[in-house]
Design a protein around this ligand. Structure first.
Ligand SMILES: Cc1cc2nc3c(=O)[nH]c(=O)nc-3n(C[C@H](O)[C@H](O)[C@H](O)COP(=O)(O)OP(=O)(O)OC[C@H]3O[C@@H](n4cnc5c(N)ncnc54)[C@H](O)[C@@H]3O)c2cc1C
Ligand code: SF4
Length: 597
């Protein structure tokens, strides 16, 4: 049994008369990494986080069995999670006029909303407008990393140099060689489990012990080999061997009940920003944190036009404050960061700070998901139960389209996430016909025999997919909200059609009976992998930040989250967000020491 150290105490009594070396807005993957790197370089950092610091272990209760909870994990009466139909039939703001006291995004509906009800935002307080969009936000210390799905993948030069490869969009101003050492540092510092596959389009990490594949997953892996495709154990941002340098995290014990709802590991084997980055940064003595602090403006020095700090509102008292710093680092997550830049209008920066190009809010990209396939592994029917879900994930099938081939209908590619075997609740129970003893036997006999997977595809970055500020709608604190102008295009639709056909083909090749396919594209935003809106580039006329995520316009302003990604690739973004933030903050610290920012 590992004895974990509890979190260092947080005080709201922060010295705001002081000018900090840097102020960081947001405490998720990006803000946490900025705090880690800058404090380790000796800089004095103030972190402003809009959400609360929650007693997170009490929220997550990873080992609580459904029968130990009065409502089997459901939130108390008065809470409602938005459904697919609501996102598509209604228009945002989705919670407007709702008779429910609290409205959460769809993630609350993934069996266990009681465990995320204080982590996700209440849509009533946080409206947005425009085109349909399933926006999942977590306002709490650590942001979405408290409940993320842990799939931790690298990008390759098929992504960084995608335009060179297929002619669409723009290349990134960096290549894989520039970021590889930082991916390595993230792997070593935070821990990642997986298996080396030597694929040029999905570079390997420095892996700790992998999770075991189940029988059905091995069968699929063997089948795919015949097609020249790969199935690899879920590359989880989880320490499976433990991390000697971090006293706040335990290694993964694959305890069995862990897989029952979105993310969340109460022993912190899965990476989360507070235990992985923020508490160790506090231990350096260089990090001060103020929670409940909603940034609404990057403040500007009238004489120089440079950033001088952050204007923020205390979410509880609604009082306004200013935090002063020599460098401002925006890490509020892709869409909130764009919102903050656009909100920061001044005579020096009339379109919003860092927005002389007019590209802030534009070139939005993400992942499209929904299509998938489920199958039955007949050899497993009637076999005794095994502990299959006591692990941080199932499997991943990396992209196989448009690498050496050229698909006629679409550019770029997609990967599949999936899993097979027994889980805490037999998902087949709902669809099994019958009743009584025979019904129970059928459910038990088949419970571990199913395998399923769903595609995650690259949504192309397009200038015309954008977000701006709504001139009329405001959040509960009177701050203008985002308005979406975004929809999937033909490339995404064609790609999704291909996902269904390819998924079926792969199951059939592996000798797995296809029992269902899903061709429905889920609502824009559903993947929770929002990217773009403040992209990096070499040309200040068409990009917002340079390769070090430093504003072209304001040299002491950095934006270190997914908003700076030039294209979405089809790999999950969080490991890349952190590797880039590490690289940029190291650059920033060295420029700071030289007096160049
Ligand atoms: C259920 C779920 C599953 C996921 N699965 C995966 C996965 O498997 N793999 C993967 O790579 N990614 C996954 N993600 C996405 C991943 O969580 C994000 O990519 C990552 O958290 C982004 O980090 P961030 O720091 O940019 O944003 P966040 O983690 O959202 O952190 C931003 C922080 O900024 C704060 N903030 C916002 N606005 C303000 C403001 N105005 N003032 C002050 N603070 C502010 C927020 O409260 C928040 O704490 C998943 C997300 C969810 C919710
Ligand atoms: S499987 Fe491992 S990482 Fe996941 S919740 Fe359980 S202990 Fe944590």
């Amino acid at each position: 049994m590992t004895l974990l150290k509890s979190a260092p105490p947080l005080s709201q009594d922060v010295d705001l008369s002081k000018t900090y070396d840097a102020v960081v807005v947001g405490s998720g993957a990006a803000g946490g990494m900025a705090a880690h790197v800058l404090t380790s370089q000796g800089m004095d950092v103030l972190m402003l986080e809009a959400g609360k610091k929650l007693p997170i272990e009490q929220e997550l209760r990873s080992m609580q069995w459904p029968y130990d909870h009065p409502r089997r994990g459901d939130a108390p009466p008065g809470y409602h999670s938005l459904s697919f139909n609501e996102y598509n039939i209604r228009t945002p703001p989705y919670a407007k006029g709702s008779t429910f006291k609290h409205v959460m995004s769809y993630v609350g509906g993934w069996g266990g909303s009681d465990y995320v009800k204080n982590i996700l935002v209440d849509e009533k307080d946080h409206p947005y407008t425009g085109t349909k969009y399933a926006w999942v936000r977590a306002r709490a210390l650590g942001g979405k990393t408290n409940i993320w799905g842990r799939l931790a993948l690298r990008l390759s030069d098929y992504d960084f140099k995608a335009k060179t490869h297929d002619g669409y969009g723009d290349d990134w101003p960096i290549s894989y060689a520039d970021i590889e050492p930082y991916y390595d540092r993230v792997d070593r510092y935070l821990g990642i489990s997986g298996v080396k596959e030597n694929l040029p389009h999905l570079p390997d990490s420095l892996f700790q012990r992998p999770n075991k594949l189940t029988f059905g997953e091995v069968k699929l892996r063997e089948g795919l080999k015949k097609m020249g495709r790969v199935l690899t154990p879920y590359r989880a941002g989880v320490t499976t061997d433990g991390l000697k340098h971090n006293k706040y995290r335990s290694k993964c014990y694959g305890r069995g009940a862990c897989d029952r709802r979105p993310g969340g590991c109460d022993i912190h084997a899965a990476f989360d920003s507070p235990t992985g980055l923020i508490y160790p940064a506090m231990d350096t003595g260089h990090l001060t944190i103020r929670t409940n602090s909603i940034a609404h403006e990057v403040l500007v020095d009238k004489n120089t036009g440079k950033a001088r700090g952050i204007g923020f509102i205390d979410s509880a008292t609604r009082k306004s404050y200013e935090a002063k710093a020599k460098v401002v680092i925006v890490a509020a997550s892709t869409l909130e960061s764009a919102r903050l830049l656009l909100l920061s209008r001044s005579p020096q920066h009339p379109n919003g700070i860092g927005n002389s190009s007019g590209h802030v809010g534009h070139n939005f990209c993400e992942h499209v998901m929904g299509p998938g396939v489920s199958g039955l592994v007949k050899e497993l029917v009637g076999k005794p139960p095994t502990l299959d879900d006591g692990r941080p994930g199932g499997f991943y099938i990396p992209r196989f389209r448009n690498l050496k081939d050229r698909q006629p209908g679409f550019v770029r590619g997609y990967g599949f996430e999936g899993g097979g075997g027994f889980s805490i609740f037999p998902g087949n129970a709902m669809g099994t016909p019958g009743f009584g003893a025979q019904f129970k036997k059928d459910v038990r006999d088949h419970a571990g025999a199913f395998i399923g997977m769903g595609g995650f595809g690259e949504v192309l970055a397009r200038y015309e997919n954008y977000m701006d500020l709504d001139p009329d709608e405001k959040d509960a604190w009177g701050i203008p909200t985002l308005r979406f102008h975004y929809q999937f295009g033909d490339n995404e639709r064609k790609m999704c059609e291909d996902m269904v056909a390819a998924g079926r083909e792969m199951f059939e090749e592996a000798g797995i009976e296809v029992v269902g396919t899903d061709s429905q594209m889920l609502t824009e935003g559903w993947s929770i992998h929002e990217l773009g809106t403040a992209r990096m580039g070499n040309d200040p006329k068409t990009s917002v930040v340079n390769q070090f995520q430093q504003s072209h316009d304001v040299k002491n302003l950095f934006v270190v989250d997914g908003s700076t990604h030039v294209s979405a690739s089809c790999q999950n973004p969080t490991w890349t967000i952190m590797a880039l933030a590490w690289r940029s903050c190291e650059y920033l610290a060295s420029e700071f020491k030289k007096g160049n920012v």
